[in-house]
Design a protein around this ligand. Sequence first.
Ligand SMILES: Cc1ncc(COP(=O)(O)O)c(C=O)c1O
Length: 369
Amino acid sequence: MVQKTIRLAKPEFSQTLYKSLQSLLEEGYLVQGKNVKSFEEALSECLNGTYAIAVSSGTAALHLALLSLGIGAGDEVILPAYSFAATVNVVRVSGAIPIFVDIEERNFCIDVLKVESVITDKTVAIMPVHEFGSMTKMTTLMQIANKYQLRVVEDAACALGSEYKEKPAGTFGDIGCFSFHPRKIITTGEGGALVTTDPQIAEDLRRLRSHGSLGGANNENFILAGLNYRMPEIQALLGIDQLKELHHFINVRKKQAALYNEGLKQLEWLELPLPNDDIKHTYQSYQIVVKNGKRDRLREFLRSKGVECNNGAQFLPELGYLKRDEVCYRKQFPNAWKAYSQGLVIPIGHHINEEDVAYVINAIKEFNG
Ligand SMILES: Cc1ncc(COP(=O)(O)O)c(C=O)c1O
């Protein structure tokens, strides 16, 4: 019998996209142009009319966000101890100092109650991460930021379509950053975007993504020292196609998350995700926490049954290049350490159906260590 394979993620595109791609290739205009503009307009519409700036990846978006706000050497930036490496990498690449805060145990996002105690006179920004499509209590976080006049850059890489108190992720802070990597809610292959309500920041971001110029090759057009983080036209076409399905994709994920919640709730050796009240969770990832110390064994068992699964995000304070042998941060950030050392992400998304979800649930129940 052929082994079933249930992938963690697999993008699907419409038939009309193939036609648009063909026309684009025939026209031969591949560098950022009218399709990127249309994609940005569609994103802006989804996100309460904010300015939207498409870029080449979520990491590029985060990097540009810090650059545009002038965050650099000696500045302290507060971020959760648990996230994908890109969140802290961009802080370090900018020359700033990352200051970690623990996460909420089953919500995997920064614990806002612990933020105020790490603010110093060097703190310039907070970077909440909307991990796995969930969110922290953003109203409280914004109150803290306002009290201390801090910038807020939302790492909303995983959270297109998520909401806190009906306000979209990415629209609370100075800048929101999204990723369109294939594991995200919508994908452009690789890609990202920034959103902001500030017209000056929007203009700076547009310049910074394209060598510091908004167009024209005269010396005087290069107003900022920028990079090339532009999104190509091919990617924008993928994004336009995917964005039309955003609500459908989210609804499918929410239904599957409910099935996992129901199907796995009796297993006392598992801890299931528990978002805060007031959050519309989009379940970009569904992470279970394996409490019996057998996470790696479960991962290999599921893989042997054809179920793709991965450890979730990283424990940032001990990330390869940041790790200092003499310091152990695990006790300082226990929830982040637990999520990192015991978390397992299982398949979710429109590429699988309810039968597949049932298969994964049964495979987990079959596991006996
Ligand atoms: C929380 C978080 N931030 C940033 C990124 C970086 O996005 P990209 O892979 O598009 O560069 C990711 C991607 O996995 C992520 O999960």
